[in-house]
Design a protein around this ligand. Structure first.
Ligand SMILES: C[C@@]1(CC(=O)O)C2=NC(=C\c3[nH]c(c(CCC(=O)O)c3CC(=O)O)Cc3[nH]c(c(CC(=O)O)c3CCC(=O)O)/C=C3\N/C(=C\2)[C@@H](CCC(=O)O)[C@]3(C)CC(=O)O)/[C@H]1CCC(=O)O
Ligand SMILES: NC(=O)c1ccc[n+]([C@@H]2O[C@H](COP(=O)([O-])OP(=O)(O)OC[C@H]3O[C@@H](n4cnc5c(N)ncnc54)[C@H](O)[C@@H]3O)[C@@H](O)[C@H]2O)c1
Length: 257
């Protein structure tokens, strides 16, 4: 740990990026540069509903294909500070390091968050490596120290947190809502949440033991748990598990009622 003390506050110089999860839906992201790095950033941003404006001398074929004139627009070849008007986030991703630095300074002057593909330390945010499983988002950053290592860790996490985590999180989110709507004391809610979290639901999903899930949840929650809603959700969650692309040790059991 490298600690610097500034105005009486200890700042960890080795770990200067505060991790947050932000919604980018309909936010305007300006990407300057149209190469491999810009292409990777644009692909990631689109998954989160961002609106993308690109300024670059040229674009990769794949980026050009992505330009639909609305969600993704190539607005010009030359950067000038006016490009930052009405923008929410900036990505300086050209191969011209001096230009990237100018963009970063312009963004800073306007208090805009700016990601720097070169000189990451001059930017105000970095993009982590990500594993997403439904609502679960595991984000890894080495603070820019080693992007290759971030990728390695991401690959390990992908193996540990398989696709079954998507339905698992969805089921847990559903149960939380149902239990919260029962009007119980908050201590009873907490007891139920903990008892449910202690059930081996993840293994039951992996092994395709749908009936076990229903029985286990009914044992914990009693008849208060509406079986119809739960069955409907399990029907939906079970769909991908009945295709051959997903791990499933035994065939899913028929609906228990
Ligand atoms: C996570 C990921 C997300 C994404 O880009 O979407 C990402 N880089 C990825 C891959 C990757 N990038 C590079 C390699 C080649 C191996 C290597 O050089 O190590 C590989 C590996 C590969 O592709 O195999 C080269 C590289 N990257 C940066 C520089 C500039 C510099 O360090 O100066 C250079 C050198 C350029 C040169 O050669 O000069 C800078 C950044 N890259 C970051 C993110 C941020 C810090 C993340 C962190 O905290 O660790 C940061 C600081 C800024 C930013 O871009 O936000 C994505 C992984 C996707 C995945 O999971 O597979
Ligand atoms: N952050 C990362 O993950 C990461 C990974 C690899 C490389 N890099 C660094 O990111 C930068 C971009 O890498 P790349 O592989 O995408 O490069 P690239 O050569 O594939 O693309 C560069 C892009 O910048 C544009 N450009 C160059 N000068 C310009 C200017 N004056 N005005 C407008 N557009 C201009 C080009 O038209 C091109 O579209 C490099 O500095 C590289 O070292 C970062």
């Amino acid at each position: 740990m490298r600690i610097r003390v500034e105005r009486g506050t200890e700042i960890d110089d080795e770990n200067r990026f505060y991790p947050i999860f932000v919604s980018l839906e309909d936010r305007v992201c300006l990407v300057i540069g149209g190469g491999e790095v810009a292409q990777r950033k644009v692909a990631g941003l689109l998954r989160f509903g961002a609106v993308i404006r690109i300024v670059a001398k040229d674009l990769t074929c794949r980026l050009e294909e992505r330009c639909d004139g609305t969600r993704v627009r190539w607005i010009g070849r030359d950067y000038e500070p006016g490009c930052l008007d009405a923008v929410d986030l900036v990505f300086a991703a050209t191969s011209d390091v001096e230009l990237n630095r100018r963009i970063s300074a312009d963004a800073r002057a306007r208090k805009l968050w700016c990601n720097m593909a070169s000189d990451p330390e001059m930017g105000t945010f970095i993009v982590p490596s990500m594993v997403t499983r439904g609502a679960l988002n595991l984000a890894v950053s080495t603070g820019g120290a080693s992007p290759a290592l971030a990728r390695e860790i991401r690959e390990k996490l992908e193996k540990e947190f398989g696709p079954e985590w998507g339905p698992y999180i969805r089921l847990m989110g559903y149960l939380r809502k149902v239990i919260q709507s029962m009007g119980l004391e908050s201590s009873e809610n907490q007891r139920l949440f903990r008892a449910i979290a202690a059930l081996p639901i993840l293994s039951w999903i992996q092994e395709g033991r749908r009936g076990e899930i229903l029985r286990g949840l009914q044992d914990v929650c009693g008849p208060r748990l509406g079986i119809e809603g739960l069955n409907a959700l399990l029907d939906e969650l079970w769909k991908p598990f009945s295709s051959s692309s997903q791990p499933c040790a035994t065939p899913p059991e028929p609906s228990a009622t």
